[in-house]
Design a protein around this ligand. Sequence first.
Ligand code: NDP
Length: 332
Amino acid sequence: MASSMKAVTFTEHGGTEVLKYTDIDRPTAGEGQVVIKNEYAGVNFIDTYHRSGLYPRSTFPAGLGEEGAGTVVEVGPGVTGLAVGDSVGYVSRSTLGGSFAEFTAAQAGLVTKLPQGVSTQAAAAVLLQGLTALSMVKTTCQVAAGDWVLVHAAAGGTGQLLCQLCSDIGAKVIGTTSTPEKAEVAKRCGCSDVILYSHEDVVQRVMQLTNGKGVKFVYDGVGKSTFDASLKCLDYLGWLICFGNASGKPEPFDVLRLAEKSARLMRPSLFSTLAAEPGLTASLTAELLQLVQQGVVVPEVHKVYPLSAVAQAQQDLTGRKTTGKLLLRPDT
Ligand code: NDP
């Protein structure tokens, strides 16, 4: 097998111009790892934070990509339950290589053998955002039937999955989107009402819809531009789950502002949640893939780009041109 491979790397933080589609060494499987030949890699907003330096890298050259799916081609020492030829999906903290590469060496504990009926495309489209959504709905917070929930960027990758999961539980889901077209997508994902947050007063609409009470949970992956409204939309003892920074990092925050509603502020991270409890990755992934098989969770693929077009994919994502999931194909 060739000792080099195509991958996306960068040697300094910046715009998409820093991304290079280049040749690097093909990884080998270390202790507890498997090497996967990627068929698809999932594009996530977090990749843009690593590239820009919002989440700075300590060493260069660096790679990108935190999820993918494909076939196991090598099994390292100490790995059980996975074999060469298995069709798998995985999440992985990105390293040089990452999933934006032809091959990835991933920790076996974060790799899942795909069940019948779940394709590599579906796995790469749903794992990272789906585990994020499922963990925030069932693990770090528990949404229950009848709860009011507000999901920002409801037509986005993570947003769609949050809406599907919360509405399946029986929660009453309000979404926000920037355009009427995206609002239709959010409604198909289970939102009873969608607020066009670029034009409408979000707090006023939420209070109208909830008879002045507010919502129990706000899922806010938009960050800087929505933080204040999110806080004002909460019911007594409500949770502001501030899980991302698509519009930038929220400003420093005075905790006294929580007092008005005795509100709770959480900043969850998928990887810290998965690391906190042994076995959680396996059980949550199994639950997520079962929900995919049942059609409760339906990942929508916006577009599949060749790996060499990673810059375009990131520009489309940050330019708010997309709904659902963007994928890369490393072999094109
Ligand atoms: P999305 O597909 O949701 O894309 C981001 C969406 O945010 C856009 O489509 C857009 O929707 C909205 N948005 C609002 N303001 C802006 C802005 N100024 N610039 C760009 N987009 C904006 O991306 P992901 O699903 O990959 O990620 C969503 C969020 O979830 C991100 O903040 C990400 O970091 C976070 N995340 C956090 C995780 C964690 O562990 N904490 C794990 C996974 C994701 P619209 O046009 O409708 O406004």
